[in-house]
Design a protein around this ligand. Structure first.
Ligand code: EPZ
Length: 422
């Protein structure tokens, strides 16, 4: 397993370009199962999770040509080769559950290994299954798999107890080919949901309200190819680089991100004293002064994103006061705390609150990544810390960050990947 080595303490300066959003690419690639024509998707990030869903789509019968770069992928799904998403694929990527809705809608059946929990929580999919049952699917769970069968899904009114992102996406995809109208209430409002809706509408779906808490889908008999769709920029990657400018006291222009996707993050960065300039091509963060303390509560969009919680906690570890981080979305998303404390952070956890007392400096140390965003938090801490940091299990990072060590090196960071023989 590769490691990442960092020698910290240098302010990062320069431009970095954001890649396509992982959490838009995954549902959109799953949605290619619905259409009978050819899709062209560009700005797909080169990530482990994208490779995983490519293997899964090929297994299911999709024909994919990855032309790379600006030409992206063309995808066709002429016929179903297999109706199952096997455990060995799903266990490495929970988002595999996103093929449930499209397979049930277009082919009338799907069998997907139940995604286990992960480091940040149990990650149930009860809301996905409740919605499919309301649409007339027969849902059974056997031998660790969930099987969904339906002659043809029927439109339904579905209320989500929690605004689940992939739950909203799965049900929106399923509803595109259902008979009648589906209304999803308390839907997730994340920009990635809206990007998926745009893709589906290009394929001929009839969707209104995506990006709001009520999404209405009028089912059609079939969907076609999408033409060319460009994946939206990754707002969490963008936020991570803005936080890197803040924690190292540098200046970074993050090219290609949409400020409106990051309002809560930009607000908090400004609150702690970072100068944020929203320019036509992206957002610039300029730091260098003291980092102020700040209280943050993670919430579904448009609230502060839980996927930026760990990165902000690294930043708050170097503030000039006491900050409180309240994680309300996942039940166990503080796995980075123990590792940050090994680098000298002063953090106390009480339930889903973390009290972070700023310290003058962090010191480099060997640390271990545990989940995608916790790993990003350790990279930020390492870039700010005095001395050397070595991060193991960086495969977590590779799931969600494209060429992270190259991008940080280009910003003046002393960071390299140590290849480990398998
Ligand atoms: C999506 O996960 C993202 N993943 C996550 O990003 C992100 O952290 C999360 O949304 C919240 O924004 C993708 O889009 C691929 P949820 P998802 O369903 O859809 C509970 C990353 O770092 N819940 O919105 O799985 C659940 O336990 C990843 O890129 C149910 O109880 O999250 C959680 O507490 C990590 N039953 C809350 O809802 C359900 O059926 C929000 O989960 C579904 C969810």
């Amino acid at each position: 397993m590769d490691k990442i080595w960092i020698n910290g303490g240098k302010p990062l300066k320069g431009d970095v370009t954001v890649s396509g959003a992982k959490n838009a690419a995954l549902p959109i690639l799953a949605a290619t199962l619905l259409g009978q024509g050819e899709h062209r998707i560009v700005n797909i990030p080169q990530l482990m999770d994208v490779s995983t869903i490519k293997r899964l789509l090929n297994h299911l019968g999709a024909v994919i040509s990855d032309e790379g770069g600006a030409r992206g992928w063309t995808v066709r799904m002429p016929a179903l080769a297999h109706a199952d998403a096997p455990y060995e694929l799903v266990k490495t990527m929970r988002a595999s559950v996103l093929v449930l809705g499209p397979l049930a809608a277009r082919f009338g059946e799907a069998r997907v290994s139940l995604p286990g929990g992960c480091a940040i929580g149990a990650r149930p999919i009860n809301l996905h299954l409740m919605g499919l049952e309301k649409m007339g699917a027969e849902v059974t769970i056997e031998h660790g798999y969930v099987r969904v069968k339906a002659k043809r899904l029927r439109g339904a009114r579905i209320y989500l107890d929690l605004p689940s992102v992939t739950g909203t996406e799965n049900l929106m995809m399923a509803a595109t080919l259902a008979e009648g109208v589906t209304v999803i209430e308390n839907a997730a409002r994340e920009p990635e949901v809206a990007d998926l809706a745009q893709f589906l509408i290009r394929c001929g779906a009839r969707i209104t309200g995506a990006g709001t808490d009520v999404v209405t889908i009028e089912g059609v008999s079939s969907l076609d190819g999408s033409g060319t769709h460009r994946i939206m920029p990754d707002r969490i990657e963008a936020g991570t680089y803005l936080a890197a400018a803040a924690i190292t006291g540098g200046e970074i222009f993050v090219r290609g991100c949409h400020p409106r996707h990051l309002d809560a993050v930009l607000l908090k960065l400004r609150e702690i004293g970072v100068e944020i300039d929203e320019e036509s091509e992206g957002v610039r963060a300029t730091a260098g002064g003291p980092i102020g303390a700040v209280d943050i509560k993670t919430l579904p969009y448009p609230g502060f994103p839980t996927d930026m919680q760990a990165q902000m906690m690294a930043l708050m570890s170097l503030s000039n006061g006491l900050s409180v981080m309240n994680e309300t979305v996942f039940e166990n998303r503080f796995t980075h705390v123990a590792e940050l404390k090994r680098m000298g952070a002063d953090i106390q956890i009480q339930g889903n609150n973390a009290m972070i007392k700023g310290v003058r400096r962090l010191s480099g140390a060997p640390v271990m990544a545990s989940d995608l965003r916790a790993s990003a938090s350790l990279v930020l801490a390492g870039l700010a810390a005095e001395g050397e940091t070595e991060i193991s299990r960086v495969y977590h990072l590779d799931r969600g960050y494209e060429r992270i060590e190259e991008k940080f090196s280009s910003l003046g960071g002393e960071i390299t990947r140590i290849k480990q023989m398998p």
